[in-house]
Design a protein around this ligand. Structure first.
Ligand code: GLC
Length: 429
């Protein structure tokens, strides 16, 4: 067997080992439940060898959807002492226990991809059955997270971004009152090296935000308009724009004409709204605090998701490519989660420097869509090289390639199978 087929096999084994029957856990020890955007990426990995299982991953996730369309970032199918904060801390009081915050909506894009590559009629029927659920989640975003109809999306917890500990959240989170945080014991630092994880102060703030949500009975409208942390996250925003485009393609294919009309208007509004995130001083898209109006001024891997959303103008394009070139000269592996020229850059600490295969995939997809094929390929090959060198880690140091966070990670294995581990020949298929 070639190295590549050994890795293919190992990646499949990881997906199967982390399969808990209808859903996968990102990593059995550190993350023992179903995570929202992880499952979407995981479906792409399953689709390379078991398409039925790929659909099931998404269907299971959506079976925990709330009546108002909300989709939680974690579904606690069974309890596990090894994780904090568990279902009791969230206190969402739903029949199926979930967290009370959401995560980037990658699912519609994945369902579109599965639909368009469908082999059987049954697969198309599964897409059709998922469509109203996806549409309800996207409506929830518009209704609850864009109350003033500005074409933006508010995030109410750093964990919603999926880039949990990005320094973009430091300043907005510092304003959160932590005086009422109840005593707690973290679990993450018993599984992982503390130097790679968020600090105690970060964790206190995370918990204060969870308590706020729980204390107001997870009234999402209130949290989005009065909550202590309200940030327009560049990754959530860009991923949602792209997801709305993909949902539109599904609406058109499945004959949901009224929805298609609504989605076109929503996308046009978001294309205007997103201008608020462009920071002229740094020449990039950055997240912005909704409460203070302040831009983070930080270039992160998410800054390059403008391509994925299809919102980058010609002048922005050259500025963003300039940043890619500068960053690419500084480190060995693209795309670091923070600009290596930024003072907060830490190549091994969570979302403050390391590279993530899933973000790389989204960035590269956007670059390829814009015809920036050399850059798309650089990002893909770097991702493959990191996995070949180190294994299927949660994330990787962009300087040395060392693995960071948990090992045998589901979404890294999925990204190898679907994208990073493919040769030129099978990519064309
Ligand atoms: C961490 C990541 C988040 C991911 C989760 C499970 O919280 O920051 O993006 O969904 O782990 O892998």
């Amino acid at each position: 067997m070639t190295d590549r087929s050994i890795l293919d096999r190992a990646a499949q084994d990881i997906l199967q080992a982390n399969d808990r029957g209808g859903y996968t856990v990102p990593n059995g020890q550190v993350y023992p439940f179903q995570w929202n955007w992880d499952s979407a990426f995981t479906a792409l990995g399953f689709a390379t060898f078991d398409r039925d299982r790929a659909w099931t991953e998404i269907e299971t996730l959506f079976s925990a959807q709330w009546d108002d369309g909300f989709m939680a970032h974690i579904v606690f199918w069974r309890d596990d002492e090894g994780y904090f904060p568990g279902p009791g801390v969230w206190g969402t009081n739903k029949k199926i226990a979930t967290s009370g915050i959401t995560q980037p909506p990658v699912a519609a894009s994945v369902v579109r991809w599965l639909y368009e590559s469908a082999v059987t009629e049954d697969e198309k029927a599964r897409a059709a059955a998922l469509y109203p659920k996806l549409a309800a989640w996207h409506d929830w975003f518009e209704d609850v997270r864009d109350p003033d109809n500005k074409g933006l999306v508010v995030s109410v917890h750093p964990w919603e971004s999926g880039r949990d500990n990005s320094p973009e959240w430091d300043e907005p989170a510092a304003a959160v009152d932590i005086s009422g945080v109840e005593p707690y014991v973290r679990r993450d630092t018993s599984h992982l090296d503390a130097s790679m994880r968020p600090t105690k102060l970060d964790y206190d703030r995370y918990l204060a935000m969870v308590q706020y949500g729980r204390d107001c009975g997870w009234d999402h409208k209130k949290i989005a308009t009065e909550g202590p942390f309200r940030v327009v996250d560049v990754s959530m925003t860009m991923i949602l724009i792209r997801a709305n485009r993909d949902l539109l393609a599904l609406a058109e294919a499945l004959g949901h004409d009224a929805d298609a009309e609504k989605l076109r208007a929503r996308i046009a509004n978001a294309e205007k709204g997103v201008a608020w995130l462009w920071n002229d001083e740094v020449g990039a898209y950055c997240s912005r605090d909704m409460i203070t109006g302040k831009s983070s001024g930080m270039i992160t891997s998410a800054s390059f998701l403008g391509f994925y959303a299809g919102v980058v103008s010609t002048s922005q394009r050259s500025l963003l490519i300039g940043h890619l070139e500068r960053i690419g000269r500084k480190i060995s592996y693209m795309v670091p989660s923070l600009d290596p020229d930024h003072k907060e850059f830490d190549p091994i600490r969570y979302w403050r420097g390391p590279c993530w295969a899933v973000v790389n995939f989204l960035v590269a997809t956007g670059l390829a869509n814009e015809g920036l094929n050399d850059w798309a390929e650089r990002v893909r090959l770097d991702t493959g090289a990191l996995i070949e060198k180190t294994g299927f880690y949660e994330a990787f140091c962009p300087v040395t390639g060392r693995g960071t966070g948990g090992g045998d990670f589901t979404w890294t294995a999925a990204m190898w199978l679907h994208w990073a581990g493919r040769t030129g020949a099978d990519q064309a298929q």
